[in-house]
Ligand binder design. Structure first.
Ligand code: SAM
Length: 224
């Protein structure tokens, strides 16, 4: 099979696809040059290009399947992006994606935003990903897959779990400003960051030592 990873980031899914079909059968794109470069280094031999989903640099019917892991909600024009994924797969090929359930099942971010809304209600409400992120539930994904004309649409949930050494292990990246949650954290002065840290820890049951958090993603699969 020829497989395409759309919005590959640093290449977690690309690596998994290569393990299944070999690097010579895998292409990957990401609009971020640094992410594409990291993916190239991590997955030698795969065809990694800088491009957005909305304008995929491939001919019609180039792949057996196109996949996008945790990307559809970031697309500028998701209908066009998923439409492009459909265009570049063969007739009967697979178009699949998953997105975090930001509003509910993604515990790490849900607890963060609930704590943020406690500390700075008005500012946090504007950037809470449970509100701002589209296509992060089964109904919206189903509508999107049908809107681009995919057949045999199937939608469901995936559960994963991440382990942390302790609460500080979880908290460490937030003040660096990475991702919308980190940007919100970094926008607070140090006293409010500390209030947020304590509220977040409390919402997770004040873990002492190692702990795990579950997260739900919604997936959609369809045939071109
Ligand atoms: C949360 S990361 C997921 C990365 C990777 N798929 C993974 O699962 O590790 C979201 C990725 O979507 C990419 N992205 C943002 N807008 C995009 C677009 N319009 N088309 C394709 N990728 C996009 C970002 O650059 C980023 O690498």
């Amino acid at each position: 099979m020829r497989l395409l990873d759309v919005g590959c980031g640093p290449g977690g899914l690309t690596r998994a696809l290569v393990d299944v079909v070999g690097a010579e059968n895998v292409s990957a794109v990401d609009p971020s040059e640094p992410f594409a470069e990291t993916c190239r280094e991590r997955v030698p031999g795969a065809d990694v290009r800088v491009a957005a989903a909305e304008e995929l640099p491939f001919h019609d019917g180039s792949f057996d399947a196109a996949l996008a892991q945790l990307v559809v909600n970031f697309m500028t024009d998701a209908e066009r992006g998923v439409g492009e994924m459909k265009r570049v797969v063969i007739r009967g090929g697979t178009v699949a994606a998953c997105t975090w359930d930001y509003a509910d099942g993604m515990t790490m971010l849900r607890a963060f935003w609930d704590a943020a809304r406690e500390v700075a209600p008005e500012d946090a409400a504007k950037v809470d990903e449970g509100v701002t992120m589209r296509y992060s539930n089964s109904a919206e994904l189903t509508d999107l897959w049908r809107a681009v004309g995919l057949d045999d649409v199937e939608v469901g949930e995936l559960w994963v779990s991440a382990d942390y050494e302790d609460f500080d292990d979880l908290w460490a990246p937030f003040p660096s400003g990475l991702a919308p949650s980190g940007a919100f954290c970094a926008s607070l002065d140090s006293a409010r960051q500390e209030t947020l840290r304590l509220a977040y820890s409390r919402r997770l049951g004040d873990p002492q030592g190692p702990f795990s958090l579950d997260a739900r993603a919604w997936y959609a699969v369809g045939r071109a």
